[in-house]
Design a protein around this ligand. Structure first.
Ligand code: PLP
Length: 387
């Protein structure tokens, strides 16, 4: 199948699923505050509780442990603010919504593949034991830029042995790898609807059986007093539909991985010096973070966009974000190399034709840049500055 545009930016946001759009539209047309006791209110309440069950099932949790939020960012902020005074240990490659929510946190280093250094975690936990400080460890399930999967169960086992709580930002892992909160051993887990084909502006913090949080937003008893404010019924209902469909789609990952692996093989054939970051670690099947030597990320993103191909320069979660990626920096990638990386992220609708188009456009850009670069010695520098 040939499409006018090739959308290869699923990690920034997956296209909304048709069944989700229908559910959202249907609920937007209906009146009813879920706190009202009349039939309209009760119908809205039922929609929320139905979605709660679907979201809980996606991560193997009990429905009453799901707290709906305005997205992954709010859920991460709630996780880090709602557990009382603790020392925070967070990995260097976390999303900004974790890093910025705990600016005083100790940062856990990662290895050159982007996996959290377990000996650094042990050392930090030992130190906190000595001063008697309760801790909260926050390590993501899979990285948004590289797709690298963290050893979360291992992290959680070590943290719990020291009595620490564990939070996991599972925004990018959901619907791509099986998630069982109990098996992971985490106390708090973050989800976002728009990464799994749900609407933007809705997410969840899922609590383990033994923890309770203090709300970040107060002023109403909604969400069992854990998050005040009239619920976004339509978005939550859409999140529920997306969670059900995403759970059934994990089986599609081998097909997506075959496309991703084919892409990386072909790009490396074109440019053997092109680096795929995190390729030596377990990764999500859909994500590739790849550098085109000598051509800035922004130049690549713009050139591909002109060809109708949507990819990102590093983390495109926040608008207008430029500058080298903190994730690649933490992995020890030199800044000038990091500035030539793009993120390609595939999804269930991605087809081989889109990969062919990306390969052709990437090849043309690479040869154009090389042609220019070989004309004069000064050219490579100018090219880098273009971005
Ligand atoms: N965590 C990760 C790993 C993400 O990739 C994102 C993406 O934006 C978020 C959190 C934030 O989620 P949201 O866009 O729902 O606020």
């Amino acid at each position: 199948m040939t499409r006018a545009v090739a959308y290869l930016d699923y990690n920034a946001g997956a296209p909304i699923r048709p069944a989700v759009a229908e559910a959202v539209a249907a609920h937007l047309r209906r009146p009813g505050n879920p706190s009202s006791v009349h039939a309209f209110g009760r119908a809205a309440r039922r929609a929320i509780e139905d979605a709660r069950e679907a979201v809980a099932a996606l991560v193997g949790a009990a429905p009453e442990r799901v707290v709906f939020t305005s997205g992954g960012t709010e859920a991460n902020n709630l996780a880090l603010s709602g557990m009382g005074r603790r020392a925070f240990l967070v990995s260097a490659v976390e999303h900004d919504s974790v890093l910025r929510a705990a600016p005083e946190a100790r940062i856990l280093s990662v290895d050159s593949e982007g996996r959290v250094a377990l000996d650094a975690l042990d050392a930090a936990l030992d130190e906190l034991d000595e001063v008697g400080s309760p801790a909260l460890v926050s390590v993501m399930l899979a990285n948004n830029e590289t797709g690298v999967i963290q050893p979360v169960a291992e992290v959680a086992a070590r943290a719990r042995a020291h009595g620490a709580l564990v939070h996991c930002d599972a925004v990018q892992g959901a619907g791509r790898i099986e998630i069982d909160m109990a098996a992971l051993g985490v106390d708090l887990l973050t989800l976002s609807a728009h990464k799994i084909g749900g609407p933007q502006g809705v997410g969840a913090l899922v609590l383990g059986p033994d923890v309770e949080i203090a709300p970040l937003i107060v002023g109403g008893g909604q969400e069992r007093g854990r998050r005040a404010g009239t619920e976004n019924v339509a978005a939550i209902a859409g999140f529920g539909v997306a969670a059900r469909e995403a759970a059934a789609e994990i089986a599609a990952q081998p097909r997506i991985q075959a496309l991703r692996d084919d892409l990386e093989r072909r790009l490396k054939e074109i440019a053997p010096e092109a680096a795929v970051f995190g390729a030596g670690a377990p990764r999500l099947a859909n994500t590739s973070c790849i550098a085109m030597p000598g051509v800035s990320s922004e130049t690549q993103v713009m050139a591909l966009d002109l060809e109708g191909i949507a990819v990102s320069a590093g983390a495109a979660c926040s608008s207008g974000k430029v500058g080298p990626s903190h994730v690649l920096r933490a992995m020890g990638v030199a800044p000038e190399r990091a500035r030539t990386a793009i993120r390609v992220s595939l999804g269930v609708e991605t087809c081989a034709d889109e990969i062919d188009r990306l390969v052709a456009a990437w090849r043309a850009l690479y040869h154009r840049a090389r042609g220019k670069a070989s004309q004069t010695d000064a050219e490579p520098v100018r090219l880098r500055r273009l971005g």
